[in-house]
Write a protein that binds this ligand. Sequence first.
Ligand code: ZN
Length: 503
Amino acid sequence: MSKFFSYLVPIGLLFTLSVSVPARSEEQTSPLAITNVTIISPDLAEPQKNMAVIINKGQITAIVETSVMGDFQGEVIDAAGMYLTPGLMDSHAHTTHVPGFDYAGSPQEAKHPELVTAYHRQQPRSLLYHGVTQVLDPSPTPEWTKFTDGDIHPDLFRCGVLPNLGAYPQIPINRAIEAFPHFIMDPDSGYNMKKGLTADPTDHTPEAALKAIKESGAVCAKLYIEDGFGGLAHWPIPTDKLLGDIRRAADAHGLVLYAHANALDMVQIALRNNIDVLGHGMWNWQWPAEKGPAPLQETIDTIKYEGKGYIATFGVIDGLKQLTHENPLKDKRLNTVTPAALVKWYKTEDAQWFKSDLIAGFGPAADAATAYQAFEGISARGARVLAYLNEIGHENFVLGSDYPGSPSYAKQPGLSTLQEMEMMATAGLPLDKILAAATINGARMIGVDHIYGTIEVGKKANLLLLNENPLNSIGAWDTIDAVILGGRAIKRESLAAAQENCL
Ligand SMILES: [Zn+2]
């Protein structure tokens, strides 16, 4: 057992384990000292041993050697033998979509309101259970407030969605215009106009849309450079002229540009238009034969040269792959993050709709094995890009699981973040780069690295206490003893999904 809360100072100040979690917005009420701990932080060349970290009003106020700490009035966690890290940031997380269901607000959700409610209640806790204390949702629906309405949740950052109507992602799911309040009408391509929209174009210029996104409290704008999945090229994409206008408007309003782009030709468009963040790994390498050899290496070299934020999102393809291979519901870790009623639904025939659609997408003769093999190939390409970027010295890797990433139920909150880190390690990213990707890099990407991402005086106390050293094994990230959220220590077990009726 851990040494968590092994004594309290002064005696009599009763601090219960956070099974009953403090009410929303309740702040740290008394100072906390974490003593005898080894600090692991991406800004440190070496772990710092036998340290005391003092936290007050949600902030780190002092870091000293435990032996010189002196008198302290407050709660003390003797963390001898344990490791203190910054809390994790998942920089590609879809908080308004329930895994296994069609899109947020779909008729399918309307059929199962109790499952949707159970999911949204547990989701923030599942993220915290796996140490995720900050989340960036690149494309939330307006119902993102469900995430922050709960009694306890990671700090949420958002992008505003900036799609072209008549293009991805509006087309595949045929969502109504109202689902995308800040879309762009492109007078040059004209495809929005062809859809017969009645919206006033002056409300949907890059300037107007990015201004509205900024005013909504978002920190970034998500745009889509996707002409079709796999080798397809049947959807319109933004022109360079439009992307240039978007870049200028984003700069004027201080917004980061976050791109959906996962194919070689689409990544090139993002790079030449100076998009800040590549929100997916580059796993599609198709290139038209008439254009000569595919400029794969040059493109990856450019990502490194320009220091672009690179989010591998292995989870997207893994979520698809798992549906076509072993039953993902066999993974017992799911029970700690997914409400039991939802797991039960995932086992029904009704819940297999996406698996059937997915396999059918490979043609009438396709079976699960065909689909699995295809996804294996895609994953392998994503892994090779990550490995190559690492070899040539790229630093700006950013952790993002992209759960659920698709309507697959294989990708669940929190657990997906851990699995993403495991896949980054398997692809060959060293543990110190994974630490940076999971902490400081995501914070820096959206300009909040003065608050998050390292253990330094003045920063917010979103921290993790681990039983093992994450610079020794990736598995250490699954040895969380407690999550410190805004200075409040929460035992990990108290965050797990209710276990009644579990598998
Ligand atoms: Zn996504």
